[in-house]
Design a protein around this ligand. Structure first.
Ligand code: SIN
Length: 292
């Protein structure tokens, strides 16, 4: 497996790319995301995105407009099926917040499905390319976001397991996913908008050509396999992929911008005390391709 993509443009002066110790995820410095991004800077940010899969930008005082603008460099924005978390004025932005207007907490994490391993919007035919979060308020204990590197996890499977799962497909289903994460049931409108879809269990990244395990909580069962057998195989592969060697744990700071490649990662939020801690993230999602 080739680890990095080639880039002929020289790295712009001032821009820094600092990979995390295990080579999964990187922190980008020397860039101000409140302003337009120069082409050469974007080329390097994009290269880092493909090489490291999760990017962290610290101390970025973005507003929602700048957040939108940043996402548009990566592609077309898409709204979320769950209308209850949409920003009132800017519906392509979702707000996950446990803070009421009077500043008190709701006592609940806003979207329980984010507490379990998943890859964004795998329950639609063309799931998300990237998700970009910013963090106006963070929990002081817990509330980290964890990522699993599904490419490394795939290439570290045995040759036999890779050969076994390479041609398999899984059904991804918003309705079932909500049942599993004990969220409010999907509405009839949501079920009509997101009927079950089938995706390969191993997808090939359209830009790097590398393969990755493609599962997560939205995956309900495996095509042409008994339900319980398929659930067991999904659990086994997810247990493999979420071993510590494949994980990056993001410890939030206020005004972080965090983005990830949904085509080759899974993520989840670590639980926190939602009665005491105030946690707010604003979230923008960029549309991706059909997994192949
Ligand atoms: C998400 O799963 O998209 C949200 C992650 C987070 O709240 O940190």
């Amino acid at each position: 497996m080739s680890e990095t993509v080639e880039l002929t443009v020289q790295k712009p002066v001032g821009l820094t790319v600092t990979p995390h110790d295990n080579g999964f995820g990187a922190e980008i410095g020397g860039i101000d995301l409140t302003k337009s991004i120069r082409d050469a800077d974007f080329a390097w940010v994009h290269k880092a995105f493909l090489d490291y899969k999760v990017l962290v930008f610290r101390a970025q005082k973005l507003d929602d407009e700048a957040h939108h603008r940043l996402a548009r460099y990566f592609g077309e924005l898409e709204g979320h099926i769950n209308k209850s978390t949409r920003h009132q004025a800017l519906p392509k932005i979702q707000i996950f917040s446990n803070v009421k207007e009077d500043g008190s907490t709701t006592g609940e994490h806003p979207e329980k499905g984010t507490l379990v391993w998943h890859t964004d919007k795998s329950y639609v035919a063309t799931p998300s390319l990237t998700t970009i979060l910013r963090s106006p308020a963070i929990a002081s204990v817990g509330g980290d976001t964890l990522f699993a590197d599904m490419t490394r996890a795939y290439y570290n499977l045995s040759t036999e397991t890779r050969a076994r799962i390479d041609g398999m497909a899984a059904v991804h289903d918003w309705k079932r996913s909500r049942e599993k994460s004990k969220e409010r049931p999907a509405t009839a409108e949501e079920i009509a908008a997101a009927p079950p879809v089938v995706h390969p269990m191993v997808r090939t990244h359209p830009e790097t050509g590398l393969k990755a395990i493609y599962l997560g909580n939205h995956a309900s069962h495996i095509v042409d396999m008994a339900i319980d057998e398929g659930e067991a195989l999904i659990s086994e592969l997810e247990a493999h992929a979420t071993q510590s060697e494949y994980i990056y744990r993001h410890k939030w700071q206020v005004d972080d911008v965090l983005m990830w490649d949904n085509r080759c990662t899974m993520h989840c939020v670590e639980p926190y005390d939602a009665t005491k801690e105030r946690r707010i993230v604003h979230r923008v999602v960029v549309k991706g391709d059909k997994p192949l």
